[in-house]
Structure formats: structure tokens, C-alpha cells
Design a protein around this ligand. Structure first.
Ligand SMILES: [Zn+2]
Ligand SMILES: [Zn+2]
Length: 402
């Protein structure tokens, strides 16, 4: 059932259409990189100059520049294929392509400035000057509204989660729920992201691309929803258990609930005068009590009429983030917490970020408004929001020990 779609073997050689022989690259074999088949010794030698880059993949920036040639043929029955068959995946998850066709947004809905060419332009001066905006009452009202709508959309998507649904079907649900709310799904074409929501499964830290993979009983999936409505962005995410097996697995519950609690602990600090660098100290301290690590590559961010702007909010301890909370500021906190190592590896799609050891990771995010006395959680859960904390499963080992 969890089998990856089978693929026909084609020679890895650039522009070589031959069927592969049994000859595999010996270096790949020694590195544990699967499916490095060539048609002949000659073809292998001819391609060595480019092929050898594959060997540096795990630690090297090259993997972000060279996208391995798409060599796997679609499975004749389903048409599905893995676009990166030579990539050294860190865990069991694989992309299942083809992606669905680009989903359109009616022209009547206001689009952000990157919707056409993929490149965000407004707010560049704020980003360059590291200037943090303090919103007036009208802008705060705009943020309240878009964040309430974003919560509605996330809840609709979460209610559809079940074993057997694909992440692409979740994308369609999010996309349509945005349109119904006269909103643009902010991820769509942001720096060329191809879909309307990020769906991050198991070892995916963030920025997972919705595809044809079905969710399985035992998975966890993070849905990261952002809406653009009447000139403002509202951003939130939650990690959900898929099926009952996920809720019965102690490690899965440990990392997911740790991430949920880390966000709650950090939000308690938000008030005028709190330094942005403080959040990471609280988050990492709490993660450690659960035996988990904190992802360092991705940070929380300012958000208003611009999707991502200053401040930067790192989630790890002893960070050097600049600035402090002031009334009217809106930003996200979105800790990513891992069962194993904090290091990350990005797939050749240049988006999907995974843990380096393939172990599970979970994340939660809110958009927050600093008030005169504290904080307003603009994307707060409603009484009927799906998801929410689950207790640590009782197993023979944990029973009575905690
Ligand atoms: Zn988000
Ligand atoms: Zn965010």
C-alpha cells in the first residue's frame, strides 16, 4: 500500500534515451544512492563530469543548483513518477508527480504583486532597511479580518484530512475556500511556488509541495495557509495527525505536541519591550525537555501588506535577532521542532525542506499583533477548529513512568 510507484529504468546519461543496463555507478552504490543506472561503461564515462555532482548532494550547495535529470518514466497504470530518482532522499517520503495543472484565481480578486511573475516587489525598501512597521487602527482591522479568514480556510482543509486523500486534493480545497472568501492564496506563485498551500508530511520541515501522494494512517501533515485579502496577508499553520495510528505512536505525539507547546510558550512572552531574540531561548528550552531539537534555517517573520518582511524571528536559543516588540507590530512565530537532528536538506524541487536524518518534524504558526499591554492572536483557534492537542499514548514502556 505504501509502495512508491514503480519506474522503468532509463540510462542516466544526459540526452541518452537507451534503456539502462545492470551497470550502476559504483560511487553511488557505496554512498547508498539508489537507481544510478547507465546503459554502458562508455556512457557512464562520458557523463562522469556532471554525474559526480550527485555524490556531493547531501552536504553541498550544488544540489540546490543542479536539478537531476528527470529519468523515471511514468508508471503506465497511474502515470505517476518520482521526478528525482537519483536524489539521496533522507527519509522514506518521495514526491509523486505529475503535479496538477496550475489553479487559476479570478481576475476580480485582488492579486499580490508577485502573482504574475513570481517576484515580490513591494516592501523591498522595508526589507532592505530592516524597518519594522507599526500598523495603525485601520491596518490592524485589515489584519484581523484576513487572519480570521485564513483560520476558516485552514479549518476547512483540516476537516478534510483522512488516510487516502492526496495533498493535491487538500490544495484544491484550500484554493477554492480562498476564492469563496474573495482572497488570493498567498503561496501561489510566491517566488514561483506552484501551489496554493504548503503541505509538509512527516520528515518535511516546511514548504512541501502538494502532489499526488496519498496521506497514510500514521502520517502527520502540516498545512501552512496564507491568505491575501483587501491588501493584507494572514498566515498560520498547524500539524495534524492522520488516522489513529499517528495518535498512538509515542514519538509522533512527542514531537507534535512539543511543537504546539513551544509556540504557546513563546506567545506568552509577547508584549511591548520583549526582545525578538528572547523567543528562541524559551522555545529551545522547552523542546529540550521533550528530547527534541529546533530547526534553525527557517524563521518567523513580519507580515502585513507584505507576506514576509522584518523582523526575523529565529526559534533557536542564543540567536542574535535585532529589535523588540512594539504596539501595532504584526509578525509570526512558527517553531519547527524535530525528533532528531536540526539540520535540513532541500529536495531538488528547491522548496521541500526535510530533516537530514529523515526523522519526523512538526510545526505550528500564528500571526500575532502586539497590543499596548500584550498580544492578540489574530489566527487563534475557534471552539470548533479541527485538530488540537492529544495526550501521550500509554504504552508498556511509558506506562507509569511519567
Ligand atoms: Zn505560514
Ligand atoms: Zn509564516
Amino acid at each position: 500500500m505504501a509502495e512508491e510507484p514503480p519506474t522503468k529504468r532509463t540510462c542516466l546519461g544526459v540526452d541518452c534515451e537507451n534503456e539502462a543496463s545492470a551497470l550502476q555507478c559504483p560511487k553511488c552504490l557505496s554512498l547508498g544512492i539508489k537507481d544510478s543506472y547507465f546503459c554502458s561503461q562508455d556512457c557512464f564515462k562520458k557523463n562522469w563530469g556532471t554525474h559526480k555532482n550527485v555524490h556531493k548532494q547531501e552536504n553541498s550547495i550544488l544540489s540546490h543548483i543542479f536539478t537531476p535529470k528527470v529519468v523515471s518514466e511514468p508508471d503506465p497504470e497511474t502515470g505517476y513518477y518520482n521526478p528525482f530518482p537519483t536524489f539521496n532522499f533522507t527519509g522514506p517520503l518521495r514526491p509523486v508527480y505529475p503535479l496538477s495543472a496550475k489553479r487559476e484565481i479570478p481576475k476580480s480578486i485582488p492579486h499580490p504583486d508577485y502573482a504574475e511573475d513570481g517576484i515580490p516587489k513591494s516592501g523591498r525598501s522595508f526589507v532592505r532597511a530592516n524597518k519594522i512597521q507599526q500598523l495603525d487602527e485601520k491596518a490592524q482591522e485589515g489584519m484581523r479580518k484576513v487572519c480570521r479568514l485564513a483560520r476558516e480556510v485552514l479549518d476547512i482543509a483540516a476537516a478534510a484530512l483522512r488516510p487516502g486523500i492526496t495533498t493535491d486534493e487538500i490544495d484544491e480545497i484550500v484554493h477554492n475556500a480562498c476564492i469563496e472568501r474573495n482572497s488570493y492564496p498567498s503561496p501561489l506563485n510566491y517566488n514561483h511556488f506552484p501551489k496554493s498551500v504548503c503541505t509538509s508530511v512527516n520528515e518535511v520541515i516546511c514548504h512541501g509541495i502538494p502532489d499526488k501522494r496519498i496521506l497514510l494512517d500514521g502520517d502527520i501533515v502540516n498545512l501552512d495557509v496564507t491568505l491575501y485579502h483587501e491588501g493584507y496577508h494572514g498566515d498560520l499553520n498547524e500539524t495534524y495527525y492522520v488516522g489513529d495510528r499517528a495518535k498512538a505512536d509515542p514519538d509522533t505525539v512527542r514531537v507534535t505536541e512539543a511543537a504546539r507547546e513551544c509556540l504557546e510558550e513563546a506567545i506568552k512572552l509577547v508584549k511591548p519591550g520583549t526582545l525578538f531574540r528572547e523567543f528562541g531561548n524559551v522555545i529551545e528550552a522547552h523542546a529540550k525537555t521533550k528530547g527534541c531539537s529546533v530547526i534553525r534555517t527557517y524563521v518567523g517573520h513580519g507580515i502585513n501588506s507584505i507576506f514576509h518582511c522584518p523582523p526575523n524571528i529565529p526559534h533557536y536559543a542564543k540567536n542574535k535577532a535585532v529589535g523588540e516588540c512594539k504596539p501595532g507590530m504584526t509578525f509570526t512565530i512558527e517553531p519547527m521542532i524535530a525528533l532528531g537532528k536540526y539540520r535540513d536538506v532541500t529536495w531538488p524541487d528547491n522548496w521541500t525542506s526535510t530533516t537530514i536524518d529523515g526523522k519526523k518534524t512538526a510545526q505550528f504558526e500564528h500571526t500575532l499583533l502586539v497590543t499596548e499591554t500584550g498580544v492578540e492572536i489574530l489566527t487563534a483557534r475557534q471552539a470548533d477548529s479541527p485538530g488540537g492537542p492529544v495526550p501521550m499514548p500509554v504504552t508498556p514502556e511509558t506506562n507509569g513512568t511519567s
